[in-house]
Ligand binder design. Structure first.
Ligand SMILES: Cc1cc2nc3c(=O)[nH]c(=O)nc-3n(C[C@H](O)[C@H](O)[C@H](O)COP(=O)(O)OP(=O)(O)OC[C@H]3O[C@@H](n4cnc5c(N)ncnc54)[C@H](O)[C@@H]3O)c2cc1C
Length: 427
């Protein structure tokens, strides 16, 4: 082992959940280290090329100090960096990557990029640290509390904590998608084309020539901060069949399929998309396919479809989730604002570990109800505060008095009883 270091609160994964957790913990003064495998932060928010970061300000109302700090750092770069549209942020991701580092610097959070966690250290069912693979070799980091914000529950899986994957009981997983930025388009004409069903017709007409075209696709509706460009989201590998984002063979196939697919989409748009797309060019894709769903931690409480659809509230709530129930191009419908109880962040058996974001304890359907990035920042916020409190009190997260955590969240301007005004349109 090359090097051994330590952090009181160790957050793994620099996506929306990990960023929320790291900022929240560092704001309390806790010694916090955020680890990210790539050379930038933002998770899918960054490598999704500029997908709207949904539920950051539902109904236009600030959610809390952590969400607002991120928004402030983005706004500091002006309209070129971000536009706020209804509840969502639409970013130029190059600014997002910098704004996240600005926010982390502001709260004096330590962070390491190019740090992929490959193993966990466990003693008597308590996680005590992780092992990174870095360019200098393996590095061991001891930790007070570890927060698994990897999206894939990597840390929980490496530690041997119980995890769940995909739909119960058949293991179905939502498709992966390589989002793309297309440019040199007539944006108003492209929006009209989409509004009149042009994209759907195009997929039917062009499929024979371009067999990798996705089942469906859509241009993001919100105003995009890059001139003459738009983000294209689509059903990705859905027609290819289920691919598992925790298996290297499946990830390789997802990349092979999706990168050929991106080129076919652009060719089809140019040939079948009329004047709006006559000169369209492929400007960018992310460093990897976007993975919607893999492993989730089995927690003390597992959120269910009924919790989301009935708008269930819990006495031990530490966050709420708003927006749509959205199983990537498989099922999309309204849900109610519902709570996340603290138990959904705590692994059933493993100590020293909390989860946040996409891999909290939820069924396949319930996971899809919390995936909007603003909701992931919110569970990250709670996990970060819980970890800092547990370190300060010398206890395990499961032994923390949830009322203390709720009071700290309220002090960070989180309204745990929030429900939307009747006029709120979650989409
Ligand atoms: C194609 C697609 C489109 C989407 N569209 C939208 C949308 O329009 N709006 C919206 O709000 N949400 C959207 N979502 C959902 C949303 O992006 C995710 O639910 C959300 O990003 C999850 O946040 P997270 O922080 O839990 O995980 P992630 O965003 O996946 O972040 C996890 C981070 O951990 C890092 N990491 C993973 N493993 C390791 C490791 N072993 N060591 C170190 N680092 C690691 C990753 O590099 C990543 O930065 C979309 C998702 C996909 C895939």
């Amino acid at each position: 082992m090359n090097k051994v270091t330590r952090a009181d609160v160790l957050v793994v994964g620099g996506g929306p959940a990990g960023i929320g957790a790291a900022i929240a913990a560092a704001r309390t003064g806790a010694d916090t280290l955020l680890l990210e495998r790539y050379g930038f932060f933002g998770g899918v928010g960054a490598y999704g090329c500029g997908m709207p970061i949904n539920q950051m300000r539902p109904a236009g109302i600030p959610r809390g100090a952590v969400h607002e700090l991120l928004i402030d750092r983005l706004l500091a770069y002006g309209e070129e960096a971000v536009r706020i549209s209804d509840h969502a942020l639409v970013c130029n991701v190059e600014y997002l990557k910098v704004a996240v580092m600005d926010a982390l610097d502001q709260v004096e959070c330590r962070y390491w990029l190019h740090s992929r966690v490959v193993d966990a250290r466990v003693t008597q069912e308590c996680i005590s640290g992780v092992v990174l693979a870095t360019k200098t070799g393996f590095v061991e980091i001891a930790a007070g509390i570890v927060i698994d914000a990897t999206g894939d529950a990597d840390i929980a899986a490496y530690a041997g904590a119980e995890t769940m994957k995909g739909r119960e009981p058949d293991g179905f997983l939502s498709p992966t998608t390589l989002n793309m930025i297309i440019t040199n388009i007539d944006v108003p004409a492209a929006r009209e084309f989409q509004r009149h069903g042009g994209l759907k017709r195009l997929l039917d007409e062009a499929r024979e020539r371009y067999p990798l075209l996705p089942e469906s696709m859509g241009l993001e509706r919100a105003p995009f901060p890059i001139q003459n460009a738009l983000v294209l989201n689509h059903s990705g590998t859905k027609l290819r069949g289920v691919l598992d984002g925790t298996r290297v063979e499946d990830l390789t196939e997802a990349e092979r399929y999706s990168r050929h697919q991106a080129i076919q989409i652009v060719q089809a748009l140019r040939e079948f998309g009329g004047q709006a797309f006559a000169k369209v060019q492929l400007a960018a894709t992310g460093p990897q396919v976007g993975v919607r769903e893999t492993r989730r931690v089995k927690g003390l409480y597992t959120l269910t479809e009924d919790d989301a659809l009935s708008g269930r509230r819990f006495g031990d709530t530490i966050a709420w989730r708003s927006g749509m129930l959205d199983i990537g191009f498989t099922r999309y419908e309204p849900m109610k604002v519902h709570d996340v109880p603290y138990g959904a962040l705590i692994p059933e058996k493993m100590d020293g570990l909390l989860t946040a974001g996409r891999c909290i304890s939820a069924t396949h359907v319930a996971a899809s109800a919390g995936k909007s990035m603003g909701n992931c920042v919110a569970t990250g916020h709670a996990a970060g505060l819980a970890a800092a409190l547990a370190v300060a009190q010398g206890c395990m997260p499961r032994d923390l008095d949830v009322r203390t955590l709720q009071a700290r969240l309220r002090a960070d301007n989180v309204d745990l009883t929030w429900s939307p005004p009747p006029t709120y349109n979650a989409r």
